[in-house]
Design a protein around this ligand. Structure first.
Ligand code: ATP
Ligand code: MG
Length: 271
């Protein structure tokens, strides 16, 4: 039986708002679990708390209530068992590709021959062999994001947590990165939690797509994606794929409308 990698139970997050002295309820009663080796996408309207959820998983935020457990241990702060990949690659411009990728190892004093070999293995896995001594400004946006991915994988995290990692890329590069990510996921055998606004990206990549409802965020629906793997990009034009896409669009549209009404109310209150 598959093991549970991440389990959120009754997760609630309130932000204190210094300007008004009030509190904003970003997440309320989020319950979800992710299995070992599973690829889970999360979609939902802007402001529904996806990044907040990710920051709780990373341990950068502490929940107001509820429980978050990774590998049977309560999350109490950041740790090397979680590899984070954000929209901006955030590479250090004064370091080469190799030095950027080994940075995490240096922080853990694991930058030995074995560590550097590991870094080179992941540089190869993300298709950057030959660019080890290049600086970030000599790379394209897609290459920078691949370098970022290699950096996250090199510390051998248990779970890879990605928040809109391909949002800044052009459409073609983004498609190639999706294909590449599936290949890397298969080879590296990691659990992945992937946030995106692009519905077809969520379906294409995931075993399950979790839809977050309008703020306060919670799990509105979970959809299992029964499309065989390996998946090539042409699968996005298959009838079954388009049916998933239709269903998800309907769900998200409902939530986006709720968000727009909420925002209008907040705007009127603050006027
Ligand atoms: N540090 C913070 N302090 C106060 N409020 C915050 C903070 N971070 C986020 N929020 C609020 O919490 C809510 C959820 O924000 P969050 O960034 O998690 O949404 P999101 O789903 O990631 O949105 P997007 O899709 O636009 O990235 C929003 O209303 C936002 O204004
Ligand atoms: Mg976000």
């Amino acid at each position: 039986m598959a093991q549970t990698k991440l389990q959120a139970t009754g997760l609630r997050m309130e932000y204190y708002q210094p300007r008004t002295g009030g509190r904003l309820l970003a997440l309320d009663n989020v319950n979800l679990s992710v299995e070992d080796g599973e690829f889970v996408s999360i979609v939902g309207p802007s402001g529904c708390g996806k990044t907040t959820f990710i920051n709780l998983c990373d341990g950068l935020l502490k929940p107001t209530a509820g429980n978050l457990v990774i590998d049977g241990k309560q999350v109490t702060g950041p740790g090397t068992d979680r590899g984070m990949v954000f929209q901006d690659a955030c590479l250090m411009p004064w370091r080469t590709v190799l030095k950027n990728v080994t940075f995490g190892l240096e922080c853990q004093s694991l930058n030995n021959t074995e560590g550097v070999e590991r870094a080179r293995k992941f540089i190869q896995l993300v298709g950057l062999t030959g660019f080890e001594e290049h600086y970030p400004h000599e790379l394209s946006g897609g290459m920078q994001q691949r370098c970022n991915l290699a950096r996250a994988l090199t510390v051998d995290p248990e779970i890879l947590i990605m928040d809109e990692p391909f949002a800044a890329l052009d459409a073609q590069t983004r498609e190639i990165m999706q294909l590449e990510l599936l290949r890397i996921w298969r080879e590296a055998q990691k659990t992945v939690l992937f946030i995106t606004h692009q519905i077809n990206e969520a379906i294409y990549l995931a075993d399950r797509v979790i839809v977050f409802g309008a703020r306060p965020g919670r799990v509105k629906e979970t959809i299992k994606i029964d499309i065989p793997r390996p998946r090539d990009l042409a699968v996005k034009r298959a009838k079954q794929f388009l049916q998933y896409e239709d269903h998800l669009w309907t769900l998200i549209e409902e939530e986006v409308k709720k968000t727009m009404i909420q925002d209008q109310v907040v705007h009127n209150i603050n006027r």
